[in-house]
Design a protein. Structure first.
Length: 186
């Protein structure tokens, strides 16, 4: 009997301790969670307001800054929309280097909006498109690189072979160049 009584006292003590722990935890969560949520909301608001000027700039370009234009990802746009929404379009040619690497050297800008900052110049390597060749893989003669924003960041690139850009529906390079020049004049 004594043992059963001690067991009930222990059980009552444990249950009381458990209930007290849950109550303290609930009170702490009730008071501290709003502080954490408000702090995170303040951080998000500060980030939003600090990027507001950038978003206004992007809105005048017709895009959201994340590579999506009118809700479509950049790669889903038509050729004319890609050209229109790019701030810079570069043409790079593949050139072999002494260490076996094939470097993508920017030859020219087919389109460059006035006032756009880009950290590459014709004659410089574009490292993201350079590669070490492997057997049985064709890389084409060069690459077309689409940039957005200012400073310009790459959104898409695709190789060309001869006078055709395969990734753009086999559009002739001459026609693509003409479209870029026409867009630059508008």
């Amino acid at each position: 009997m004594l043992m059963l009584e001690k067991f009930r006292e222990g059980l009552a003590f444990g249950a009381g301790f458990g209930i007290a722990f849950v109550v303290v935890w609930f009170i702490a969560a009730y008071f501290f969670s709003p502080m954490v949520v408000n702090h995170n909301l303040r951080l998000m608001t500060n980030e939003t307001s600090s990027s507001l000027g950038r978003q206004e700039d992007l809105a005048t370009q017709g895009n959201t800054g994340d590579g999506r234009i009118a809700g479509k990802p950049f790669d889903a746009l038509s050729l004319d929309e890609k050209i229109r929404n790019s701030t810079v379009i570069a043409l790079a040619r593949y050139e072999p280097s002494s260490d076996g690497k094939v470097t993508a050297v920017i030859k020219e800008f087919l389109k460059k909006k006035p006032g756009v900052t880009i950290y590459y110049k014709p004659g410089e390597e574009f490292p993201a498109a350079s590669y070490y060749p492997t057997k049985d893989t064709g890389y084409g003669d060069g690459v077309i690189i689409f940039f957005m924003g200012s400073p310009a960041s790459m959104k898409m690139s695709m190789t060309y072979s001869g006078n055709r850009i395969t990734g753009l529906g086999d559009v002739p390079l001459k026609l693509f160049r003409k479209k870029c020049q026409a867009e630059a004049l508008e």
